[in-house]
Design a binder for this molecule. Structure first.
Ligand code: PHB
Length: 398
């Protein structure tokens, strides 16, 4: 690095300007805690990244109560339940009746747009378009982020606390020596084929369906744009599918005696989304703390990814705030254990939702019939439905 590089000193250096990094930055700034965020993507690229669309009530509350803006409440759609569909029949899981809670359909890229706007409005220091980002000196009192600014000039951020909120490919996580972390994961023999289409909604709520042809999810975005997914081979080539083939595949997975018909329209985005279940432990190395996908990923079936990231951020914010106000590191020291308790519950729920709804190519008749028995248990037991409803709408934040 040249000696002319710019050095900034701040309390908290955050790698990653996705929802987790920006939410943390927003909360810290509101508490008067100086911070800088660095991301190697540009703002428009993140805003165009389509991810899941369901927010737990606790996530909605965090966004609205912390003064990001009110768009989640004015533009988001409250959903009081989902349809669990199998054997061609729908079974409504009525969250409001079962556990007195709801979720909001509000896409992750909108959450990002709201947070990026709020950071700009409030004078936050967010450096998009960085390159060659590396982190150093985690175990010292002054961890550092070194990178090249979007204008090509070398830069260094010196901080007290470093946060890795840089997603599933996290450079922060990978900078932890192998002997200092465990990487626990499972792979699934399927991925999701996701589309965005210009069409009216096919249903008022999300439909999660298990069919003899595999899983499908009918989700929405607005009155005119719909989001749908179906289980596919992880090696599938998204561009090889024609619109007619995609619609036929989705339709046969929701077919049933009730004659449910999907509303078709032009597909303007189609992609294969691989996933796995993964946890890094601990979510800390020295003075570096991991949050969100940098520390763990879940399959999308439980819609937990973004919600879990925001739950981490809330715990981490409180730990940093306490350190800032009192000098005590106690909450920083317990951050990883506290966050991981929720992470493993969400892992378990996401794994369960994935397994009851997807079918494995090599499943024996026994396994297929057993899976239907499990779905029938959920559909016929209020206790089982409450378990699903409570997990899906989100456990109370720590
Ligand atoms: C979505 O709308 O993109 C979505 C909703 C629920 C999920 C996953 C994705 O479980």
């Amino acid at each position: 690095m040249s000696s002319a590089h710019r050095i900034d000193t701040t309390r908290v250096g955050i790698v990653g300007a996705g929802p987790a990094g920006l939410m943390l930055s927003h909360l810290l700034s509101k508490s008067g805690i100086d911070n800088i965020v660095v991301d190697n993507r540009d703002r428009d690229a993140i805003a165009r990244t389509h991810r899941a669309g369901i927010l737990e009530h606790g996530s909605v509350k965090l966004l609205s109560d912390s003064g990001v803006n009110g768009r989640v409440l004015s533009e988001g759609h409250r959903h009081d339940g989902i349809d669990l569909r199998f054997g061609g029949e729908s079974h409504r899981i009525d969250f409001l009746d079962l556990v007195g809670e709801s979720v909001w359909l509000y896409p992750q890229n909108e959450v990002f747009i709201d947070l990026a706007d709020a950071r700009e409005r409030d004078g936050g220091d967010v450096r998009f378009g960085a390159t060659d980002t590396v982190v150093h000196d985690h175990t010292t009192r002054t961890p550092k982020i070194r990178f090249t600014e979007s204008d090509g000039s070398p830069a260094e951020i010196r901080c007290e606390i470093l946060v890795g909120a840089d997603g599933s490919q996290s450079i922060c996580r990978r900078s932890i020596p192998a002997g200092e972390r465990s990487d626990d994961f499972i792979e699934y023999p399927f991925a999701w084929f996701g589309i965005l289409a210009q069409a009216p909604p096919s249903a008022p709520e999300l439909i999660y369906t298990n069919s003899e042809h595999g899983f499908a999810l009918i989700s929405q975005r607005s009155e005119t744009v719909q989001r749908m997914y179906f289980q596919c081979d992880p090696a599938a080539d998204a561009s090889a599918w024609t619109a007619d083939e995609i619609w036929a595949e989705l339709q046969r997975r929701v077919d049933g005696p009730d004659g449910l018909r999907l509303q078709r329209g032009p597909i303007f985005e189609q992609m294969v989304l691989p996933f796995r279940s993964y946890v890094c432990e601990p979510m800390r190395y020295g003075n570096m703390f991991l949050a969100g996908d940098a520390g763990h990923t879940v399959p999308p079936t439980g819609a937990k990814g973004l919600n879990l990231a925001l739950a981490d951020v809330r715990i981490l914010f409180e730990a940093i705030d306490s350190f800032h106000r009192t000098g005590s590191r106690a909450l920083l020291d317990s951050y990883s254990d506290t966050a991981l308790r929720r992470v493993w519950r969400a892992q378990s729920f996401s794994y369960w939702m994935t397994n009851i709804l997807h079918s494995r190519q090599d499943a024996s008749p026994f396994e297929r019939k057993r899976a239907l028995g499990e779905l029938a248990t959920v559909a016929n037991s209020r206790y089982a439905q409450q378990h699903l409803a409570e997990s899906y709408t989100g456990w109370p934040h720590a």
